[in-house]
Write a protein that binds this ligand. Structure first.
Ligand code: SAM
Length: 227
């Protein structure tokens, strides 16, 4: 009986996931096959509090405690698509939060380096991600505006950097840790409204492109906002 209930719930979440992909992502222009595949696999409900699990596939952000949120599925998909992720990429993620976006990245790329400043969130995300079996994620507690300080294991720069919180300006420490031909995506603006900016590092310099308005929680740190 318990197993039967569990199986029914699993199927219900799978069906909600498929609707989310169809109505929230594909109809809004998400076409990257790897991104869509990852969204189909990752159980978003596992990354939110038990009491909010029934809302996990809604078209909105949700509270994850500590005054933070798991972002709206569409904005996460858009950021991942704009990064043009490759299997061989090593990605730096600033703002682990619930760990949901970390899991999506870990499905698509070779290695994910994730930094979170709120320790209980990082611990909780790590527990879920370990439980789901991910072995290609490296965790760090601290100020992600400074990137992955003290060098990247066995590598100098990141192919892609994704910042899941809003900064007043683009942190120089992050552009400095981006590989040639790499991409950095970050919401920048004031505390209440921002523009999603994608920066490509080319031989001729950094190319900035604006991808429209968004609303994120603030990036707190030495090269972000003060608390
Ligand atoms: N993508 C995450 C997910 O899937 O749950 C949501 C991230 S949430 C919108 C932003 C996160 O950035 C919060 O967990 C917040 O604590 C974190 N954050 C803010 N400033 C930071 C910093 N300087 N370094 C690392 N994390 C930071």
């Amino acid at each position: 009986m318990v197993n039967e209930k569990r199986e029914k719930l699993k199927m219900r979440y799978q069906s909600l996931r498929e609707s989310m992909i169809k109505y929230q992502l594909e109809t809004r222009g998400i076409t990257d096959i790897e991104v869509l595949k990852a969204f189909k696999i990752i159980p978003r409900h596992r990354f939110v509090d038990f009491n909010f699990q029934h809302l996990a596939y809604n078209d909105s952000p949700l509270s994850i405690g500590e005054g933070q949120t798991i972002s709206q599925p569409y904005i996460v998909a858009l950021m991942l698509q704009l990064l043009e992720l490759k299997n061989s990429d090593k990605v730096l993620e600033i703002g682990t939060g619930s760990g949901y976006q970390t899991a999506l990245l870990a499905e698509i790329v070779q290695e994910v380096y994730t930094v979170e400043r709120i320790l209980p969130l990082l611990k909780n995300a790590k527990t879920i991600l370990n439980d789901l079996g991910y072995k290609n994620i490296f965790y760090k507690a601290g100020d992600g505006t400074l990137g992955w300080e003290n060098g990247i294991p066995k590598r100098e720069k990141f192919d892609k950097i994704i910042v899941a919180a809003a900064a007043p300006d683009i942190p120089e420490s992050l552009t400095g840790q981006l590989a040639m031909n790499g991409k950095l995506i970050i919401p920048t603006g004031d505390r209440s409204f921002q523009q999603l900016v994608i920066i490509s590092k080319t031989e001729e310099g950094y190319v900035h492109r604006n991808e429209g308005g968004c609303m994120f929680v603030p990036l707190i740190g030495a090269e972000g906002w003060q608390l």
